[in-house]
Write a protein that binds this ligand. Structure first.
Ligand code: ADP
Ligand code: MG
Length: 690
């Protein structure tokens, strides 16, 4: 066996101290010596010590006596695998492996591993090894056999000589079971772990790992006394990171061919749009953009070390009751690593991350990952985005653009990856959007421009009464209610759970249409994220470039404002790439580019009317349409103030004409202003400020 590892040991010698451990696969050990392999599982502590000593010996033989390194067993057999919630006292002392997310880390601190103590009476040195990180064990006696004076604890005092003790790095890590393995509504469980030596400082909050180690217990303490109740801890022996992205999602061969078959369908885009929140009527353009967001573009690394974001961020800005929250929670449920949270999130870590002093980690400072880090490579749906905390607001820019959060606080330095798409919802500050207002829509929500500009798409969803649409929505909601299965009956087991049965099949029926099941959507998306990285075709590229230039030109003629900024090109790129990924295509075609352009036009139109005006977003000032409304209101107010009487409509037209607003336009605007109560028409042909 030694020969088998001689090359690995040589490598270790060369790359030390960058690499300080020798990873040994359990499977290899098993193939050499099955009995020994079983022993490793059953007595991990003894074997860890023995193998570290053996490694030290080998290294010394190779002339590398200065190297301190550790043997770490990885690839444990499946019967060692436990979920956090399954950890029980039967597992104590054995080697187990846990698939989990690191949610919290403490600062890395040195702890005494071998304490050297001095006897005050005779200056003799006594070594005591320290297995417990919560309590320093002092010598009980200055042993005569070792050359000491023989005094016992009460007769002398022992003082630790830190400079002569052996200290090692140690860190507390809290692992949480991954949400994928949970049944709906159950809170994920956590376990506190101890990582030492080179394992300390290796993980960041949000990392997904398999942690191999040994469970041990400590009595809970109450008022300084030990109680018979124990807390379970995991001492980590080795850490494995995921090998493929989204490893938790397994795709069988049948499922893969099912995905490929779906991708060939001519109506695949429609099929996806229909499959998004089918209980919500209409909003097909919004849903189409959400489908593209689910897939996302291609993230890239550049020569200069910078990174291009592939994820598409979308903001749903709308009146209450337009199904924003419903859409968000649905999207979180179909995305791999989807997370649904609120800006007003109750958890201390909030959306980004928080450093707190943690009593369960001996009062050390710990860093806890927020929703974005936990949704890394997935989708974070954030409701009430406009109500997020100051702390989150401050790190959100970095989290959205660079897709990481760097934190340096109380001795903890960490960088958390937040490579997730963000789907946010916000309500207007005044409760409802004011349709005719001098304030543009984007200023009616409590989000500042720099943050808004991080979104690729901003949908404006207003709740204007419209008879036909209202009838449709009403029928839709009612049909939905009527087809639901009573929950009590499902829980009693007398009726099958419709959610579950729908999830098991690939395609299911929703009412009269067939849609893709949630679990297949999740697998479809994971499949493309792993395997499909399309490149842009020349024609597609030209389309996007042309569109950009044309839109810039068009706005240049009208006003001094610029209708679209360079940032939009990135957004268009991402949307086109996502469109190609849905077809599992290795190339982004002209059609994909056109789809991206169409979606772009839609949301801009919904938000700003014909004058897609990015300076509106940028400065909070409104271009043409809104300026004209304001001009008319000003004219009426001025004449009214001057004369103190009702204002003759013809005078308004004359004044407006001078400012290049023709009579027809002025009439339209006045009608609208009267309708919304901004102006008041006491008599025909007369106006008054409202
Ligand atoms: P918001 O978060 O925008 O305030 P919600 O997501 O809480 O709104 O939705 C309110 C209710 O209205 C939900 O029960 C939702 O199903 C219903 N609803 C609103 N619009 C639609 C629609 N277009 N189709 C079906 N249901 C809708
Ligand atoms: Mg809501």
């Amino acid at each position: 066996m030694t020969e088998h590892f001689s090359e690995a040991i040589h490598n270790l010698q060369v790359s030390w101290p960058d690499i300080t451990s020798l990873e040994v696969s359990y499977r290899v050990v098993e193939s050499f010596d099955p009995d020994f392999a079983v022993d490793i599982i059953e007595h991990p502590d003894l074997n860890a010590q023995a193998s570290n000593q053996a490694l030290a010996l080998l290294l010394r033989e190779m002339g590398a006596s200065n190297i301190v390194a550790f043997v770490r067993i990885i690839d444990l057999p499946p019967d060692c695998n436990r979920s956090v919630r399954q950890l029980r006292s039967e597992d104590l002392g054995r080697m187990i492996s846990v698939d989990a997310i690191a949610v919290k880390i403490s600062g890395v601190r040195p702890r005494t591993y071998e304490g050297t103590f001095e006897c005050i009476a005779c200056s003799h040195r006594i070594m005591v090894s320290q297995p417990n990180e919560q309590e320093l064990i002092e010598p009980v006696e200055c042993f005569e056999i070792d050359g000491g004076c023989g005094r016992r604890k009460g007769q002398t005092r022992f003082v630790q000589r830190v400079e002569e003790s052996i200290l090692i790095n140690s860190q507390f890590i809290e692992l949480q079971e991954p949400p994928e393995n949970l049944r709906g509504g159950v809170q994920p469980e956590r376990i506190l772990c101890i990582a030492e030596h080179d394992l300390a400082g290796k993980l960041n909050p949000g990392d997904r790992v398999t942690a191999n180690g040994m469970l041990f217990v400590r009595s809970q303490r109450k008022a300084g006394k030990e109680t018979p109740i124990f807390d379970i801890f995991l001492r980590i022996h080795s850490i494995e990171r995921e090998n493929i992205p989204l490893e938790e999602i397994q795709i069988s061969e049948e499922e893969e061919s099912e995905i490929k078959e779906l991708a060939r369908r001519g109506d695949i885009y429609d099929l996806f749009v229909r499959s998004i929140a089918p209980s919500i009527h209409g909003m097909n353009e919004v849903k189409e953009s959400l489908v593209l967001q689910l897939f996302g573009g291609v993230a890239g690394r550049n020569k200069d070390g910078s990174r291009t974001r592939g994820d598409i961020h979308i903001l749903l800005m709308g009146d209450p009751g337009v199904a924003k929250s419903q859409l968000l929670s649905y999207m979180a449920s179909i995305s791999p690593r989807g997370r649904f949270t609120s800006g007003m999130s109750a958890s201390a870590a909030g959306l980004t991350a928080a450093a707190v002093q943690d009593p369960s980690a001996d009062g050390r400072w710990t860093l806890e990952a927020g929703a974005l880090a936990l949704a890394d490579l997935g989708l974070a749906a954030i409701d009430e985005f406009d109500k997020m905390s100051q702390n989150d607001r401050a790190s959100m820019h970095e989290a959205m653009t660079l897709q990481r959060i760097s934190i340096s606080k109380a001795g903890i330095n960490a960088t958390l990856s937040t490579r997730c798409a963000i789907l946010a919802a916000a309500n207007p500050t005044s409760g409802r959007f004011q349709p005719v207002s001098e304030v543009p829509f984007t200023n009616q929500i409590n989000l500042k421009q720099p943050l808004l500009s991080r979104f690729d798409i901003i949908w404006l969803l207003t709740d204007a009464p419209e008879k036909n649409l209202d009838t449709l929505i009403a029928n839709h909601i009612i049909d939905n209610r009527m087809s639901a299965v009573p929950e009590i009956l499902v829980e009693q087991g007398s009726r099958p759970d419709p959610t579950k049965t729908a999830d098991e099949a690939g395609l299911t029926m929703y009412g009269k249409t067939s849609i893709i099941s949630r679990s297949l959507i999740r697998k479809y998306v994971a499949y493309t994220k792993r395997n499909i990285h399309p490149t842009m075709r020349e024609e597609a590229r030209d389309r996007l470039a042309n569109y950009y230039v044309q839109t810039r030109l068009k706005s240049g003629e009208q006003t001094d404002s610029v209708s679209i900024t360079a940032r939009a090109i990135d957004g268009l790129f991402r949307l086109s790439e996502a469109a190609a990924k849905i077809r599992l295509s290795s190339e982004v075609t002209e059609d994909d580019a056109l789809r991206a352009i169409r979606i772009n036009e839609h949301w801009r139109f919904a938000l700003m009317g014909e004058n897609f005006d990015e300076t509106t977003l940028a400065s909070g000032k409104k271009g043409n349409a809104r300026n004209r409304e304001r001009t008319i209101v000003e004219i009426v107010s001025r004449i009214h103030a001057e004369t103190g009487e009702m204002v003759n409509l013809n005078d308004v037209f004359t004044e407006a004409g001078r400012l290049d607003i023709n009579r027809n336009t002025a009439e339209d605007i006045i009608d609208r202003l009267v309708l919304y109560g901004t102006l008041f028409r006491p008599r025909h042909d007369y106006l008054q400020p409202g």
